[in-house]
Design a protein around this ligand. Sequence first.
Ligand SMILES: NC(=O)c1ccc[n+]([C@@H]2O[C@H](COP(=O)([O-])OP(=O)(O)OC[C@H]3O[C@@H](n4cnc5c(N)ncnc54)[C@H](OP(=O)(O)O)[C@@H]3O)[C@@H](O)[C@H]2O)c1
Length: 281
Amino acid sequence: MYMRKRMFGVVGHPIEHSLSPEMHNSVFRAMGLDYEYSAFDVYPEKLGAFIRRCAEENFIGLNVTIPYKISVIEYLDKIRKEARLINAVNTIKFGHRTAVGFNTDGIGCVEALRDVGEDVRGRKILILGSGGAARAITFQLVLEGSQLIITNRTYERALELKKEIKEKLNKNVEVTKFSNDEIKNYIENVDILINTTPVGMFPKTRSTPISPDLLNKDIVVMDIVYNPVETKLIREAKKVGCKTIDGVGMFVHQGAESLRIWLDIEPPIDLMRKTVLNKLK
Ligand SMILES: NC(=O)c1ccc[n+]([C@@H]2O[C@H](COP(=O)([O-])OP(=O)(O)OC[C@H]3O[C@@H](n4cnc5c(N)ncnc54)[C@H](OP(=O)(O)O)[C@@H]3O)[C@@H](O)[C@H]2O)c1
C-alpha cells in the first residue's frame, strides 16, 4: 500500500524566501528520516482551515512565521507555558487530531549564546527592541535568571513589556530610552547586548541600531538579524574586540528545538548552520 510521507512545514504569508525547508530537509536526509518539510503560503482567511487540515492529515509539525505567530493561537487546542507567556506560537505539534502550540524563539537565542560558551544566568543583558522576537527572548532570559535592561524606539512599548514581565513572572527589569546618550549610562555594566531590531538588515546594511563607539571589548554582542550574516553592528563589534554571535545561531537553534519537540531527536547543529549559510551566500 502507498503511504504518504509524514509532513512538516512552515506557514506564513508571504513565504517564498524561507530558509526553513532546506535546513530541516538537510537534517532528514542526514539522519535517514523519510520526512518532507515544505513552505506553505496561506491567505489569512484560510489559516484556520489549513491548520485543521494539517491536524487531520499526515502532519507531525509546523513552524509558524510572520504574520501568523499570534493569530494562529485561536486554531490550536493547547498552548504551552512559554508560548502563553509570550502570546505567540512559532511551532505546532500535531497529535491525534489535536494541535499544540510552542514557542522556540527564546530558547533558540539562549542556546545560540550557550553554543559560544555564554551562560545567561545572572548576566546583565541589554535588549534593543520590544517587538515579537524581543518578547520571546526577554521572557526566556527572565526565566533563565538574567538581569535585563530593555530599550525601544517607542519607549511606551518597552514600559509595557516591563509591566507584563512583572505581572506574569513577578520579576523586575530596567528600561531606558533608545538614545545613545541614555544607553551610555547603562552599557558600562552590561555583559551581553542583543539587537532584536531589524536595523542593519538587507537592504539597509549600513546602519547600526546604536553607535559602535558605545561598545567595549568586554561586551558579548549578538545580532539576531541574519541577512546579512555579518551585520554592520557585528563587524564594528569585532573591530572593538568583542565576542560576537550572528543571527544564524538563533535561527538554527529555534529550528533544532522544534525538531526536539516534534521527533525527540538531537539534531546536527553544524549541518543546519552550514545549510543556512550556504543558502544565505
Ligand atoms: N535570528 C532569528 O532566528 C530571528 C527570529 C525572529 C526575528 N528575527 C529578526 O529580528 C528582527 C525583528 O523581528 P520582529 O519579528 O521582532 O519584528 P517586530 O515585531 O516588527 O519588532 C521590531 C522591533 O524593532 C524596532 N525597530 C524597528 N525599526 C527600527 C528602527 N529603524 N530603529 C530602532 N528600532 C526599530 C521596533 O520598535 P518600535 O516598537 O518603535 O516599532 C520593534 O521593537 C527582524 O530583522 C527579523 O528578521 C530573527
